[in-house]
Design a protein. Structure first.
Lengths: 325, 206
């Protein structure tokens, strides 16, 4: 059984998570073509790309062929793919970098080893190399940002609102949040200010003894390049924190003479329900595994505990499905 | 006179105001069939196309509408308002040719109605495009061209962001096109008419 202290310590670890980024200016926009020094930064996983743009613009401004661009004209790409600025940086990395997630087995092996772990370098994907552009905005892929950040703010708050609706069955809490707290929530994520974030998110979250109605969770599946569809598929469906007794009655009947109790919804039971072909077992990843914040999620992890401790700043669990083998 | 559209009755929904995918698709099909029956009558004349399609995440009702705007509206878009000295020059010159306001441009509004996986009610996304502007126009242009003056304050005063804001059409669009979204929250908490009717009214209002 979890308690607030445990949840808080996991949440702190999630908010402390960082990714080393190596960002280069697009050669076609540089006065020195591909000779511009890259910008290196250790970025919080929960941050969003637009928060980097002012610093990137200042760093590269002297190298730009067109110096009239503004920071909000900036967008980033990975191997030619424009990156969605409304998704957290850590999720983008888990989606696109193709890195193996950390797992408990890795940790155990690392603890046993006499040498320090070289886990990240072994994957060959860090620092994550991105390209920044300040022209040729990909209009069909991304919506333009604005100078005062309202577009980013709206996208974030709409996402918070959806999460609130799923947790409570209404969006009354977010709708009645003061303007200061509403903008404060986004600012806390921008500043990676966990104490300020917790103060406001505690207004939105049901107390521990009050279960969520549904879990704000989305699963991201990569699709093969020749599938004729865009490269990602997103799966979302109402996921309650408990499975109703009736659904377990058949399997419990032979084991118990009493009335069946609700069973905790785990990430494994949710995946088995939503993606039975990829997850034929509730307990063991066979063909694919769930990845969250760069780590493989145990199939037995209760979804409500996960969302209370590991949600992104907008209150959502964004789980990447990575194929095995 | 055209027969008024009658939305599916509320009591036919299993968990009103929430809709199942089948109920939503049935309602969309009903509307599309009625529109096709009406043909090119003035009631639907402002919509250039209506189409019910199905993507991986469910049905999508797509409606397109073209809006012609004149020179004055173009100026409001910031595409080159003539300065005052030029205007005065024309006014003071009796020999000046009087030009008609024949400079017209076209806006296209693409509406997409999906069944929201989160809210379980139909949600309206739309983009506004200008034939000489790359990509969708921003929120200022949406309020300027699509919202009548009488509804402007009402829509802008809802919640922190107003009733129309940028949202991510993640479920309808695997490409993550961000579109302008009418917020469904207050509709769900205070249902009023059936959701489908609400959207119909909204479409006609904009």
């Amino acid at each position: 059984m979890y308690n607030q202290s445990t949840l808080n310590s996991i949440q702190k670890a999630v908010w402390d998570g960082k990714l080393p980024l190596q960002i280069e200016l697009a050669a076609s926009e540089s006065r020195t073509f591909d000779q511009t020094d890259p910008y290196l930064i250790s970025s919080p996983r929960i941050s969003y790309l637009p928060s980097l743009l002012p610093r990137l613009h200042a760093f590269f401004s002297s190298s730009l062929i067109d110096p009239s661009s503004s920071p909000h004209d900036g967008w980033l790409s990975f191997e030619g793919v424009p990156l969605k600025w409304h998704l957290p940086i850590g999720l983008l990395y888990d989606l696109y970098a193709g890195a193996d997630p950390a797992s408990k087995a890795d940790r155990d092996a690392s603890e046993d080893a006499t040498e320090p772990s070289t886990d990240d370098s072994a994957r060959g994907s860090l620092p994550w190399r991105l390209t920044v552009h300040f022209s040729d905005w990909p209009n069909e892929e991304l919506v333009r940002l604005d100078a005062n950040g309202m577009v980013m703010n709206d996208a974030f708050i709409n996402s918070v609102k959806e999460a609130d609706f799923l947790r409570n069955g209404t969006a009354k809490k977010i709708m009645s949040l003061s303007k200061e707290d509403s903008s404060g929530l986004w600012k806390a994520v921008e500043d990676v200010d966990l104490p300020s974030y917790q103060r406001i998110s505690n207004i939105l979250l049901p107390p521990l003894n009050q279960p969520f109605r549904n879990i704000p969770i989305r699963f991201f599946l990569p699709l093969p390049p020749d599938s004729g569809s865009p490269s990602l598929k997103i799966v979302q469906s109402p996921v309650p924190p408990s499975l109703p007794p009736s659904s377990m009655a058949a399997s419990q009947a032979t084991l118990s003479r009493g009335s069946p109790a609700p069973q905790t919804q785990t990430i494994g039971s949710a995946l088995h329900s939503l993606l039975p072909n990829l997850f034929p077992s509730r307990r063991t990843p066979v063909l694919a595994k769930p990845v969250l914040h760069g780590a493989a999620v145990p199939m037995s992890a209760p979804v409500e505990e996960l969302v209370r401790s590991c949600a992104y700043g907008d209150g959502w669990l964004y789980v990447v499905i990575q194929m095995m083998g | 006179m055209a027969t008024p559209l009658t939305p599916p009755r509320a009591h036919s929904c299993s968990a009103f105001p929430f809709l199942s995918e089948q109920e939503f698709e049935s309602a969309c099909r009903f509307l599309v069939d009625r529109l096709h029956m009406l043909g090119s009558s003035p009631a639907v004349g402002c919509w250039s196309s209506t189409q019910l399609t199905r993507k991986e995440n469910g049905p999508i009702l797509k409606i397109s509408r073209n809006i012609d705007i004149n020179h004055h509206d173009e100026d409001l878009m910031g595409s080159g308002r003539p300065d005052e000295s030029q205007l005065e020059l024309h006014e003071d010159d009796p020999e000046a040719l009087v030009r008609g306001s024949d400079h017209r441009a076209r806006l296209q509004v693409n509406y997409e109605i999906i069944l929201s996986s989160t809210y379980q009610v139909p949600v309206l996304y739309f983009t506004l495009r200008h034939d000489s502007h790359p990509g969708p126009l921003g929120l200022d242009a949406v309020y300027r061209y699509l919202v009548s003056n009488q509804h402007k304050n009402e829509l802008q005063s809802v919640g922190v962001m107003g009733s129309i804001s940028f949202g991510v059409g993640a479920i309808a669009h695997n490409r993550f096109m961000i579109q302008t979204e009418l917020m469904p929250c207050s509709t769900i908490q205070n249902p009023g008419p059936p959701p489908f009717l609400s959207i119909h009214v909204i479409l006609r209002t904009l």
